[in-house]
Design a protein around this ligand. Structure first.
Ligand code: 5GP
Ligand code: ZN
Length: 116
């Protein structure tokens, strides 16, 4: 995807504070962190959201979760963390390239969702 922000970040065309990279995924600090630790993990290959994945995407989706604990621990959240994936309009997804937020820090991140 030529014009996708996170594709450009994964290709190094837009700078980011990289924390991890392998052949399938790229991880970097969120530009506007919501917690002391706030990392985004993305597939290098463009996937819009979980609404568009197929069986072939299962390995990269697994990799995104498999690296989360290591990245959180090494970035200052050794006692746990939260993974959030926003999808589509209802999920509040702002960037249309699949990304997992890894949020944490020294203190608990708080309630999961405000109950309605
Ligand atoms: P969403 O709301 O789509 O789940 O989350 C998008 C996230 O991307 C937000 O937390 C936002 O701060 C982050 N973000 C948006 N643009 C950039 C950017 O250019 N660089 C980085 N590092 N993060 C970005
Ligand atoms: Zn993309």
């Amino acid at each position: 995807m030529d014009n996708c922000l996170f594709c450009k970040i994964a290709r190094g065309e837009i700078p980011s504070r990289k924390v991890y990279e392998d052949d399938e995924v790229f991880a970097f600090h969120d530009i506007n962190p919501a917690r002391p630790v706030h990392i985004l993990v993305i597939p290098k290959r463009h996937i819009t959201s979980l609404a568009t994945v197929g069986d072939d995407d299962a390995p990269v989706l697994g990799r995104m979760l498999a690296v989360a604990n290591k990245l959180a621990s090494e970035s200052g959240s050794p006692d746990g963390f939260r993974v959030i994936i926003n999808n589509g309009r209802v999920g509040g997804q702002e960037v249309q390239h699949l990304h997992a937020h890894i949020v944490g820090g020294p203190e608990p991140v708080g309630p999961m969702l405000k109950r309605v």
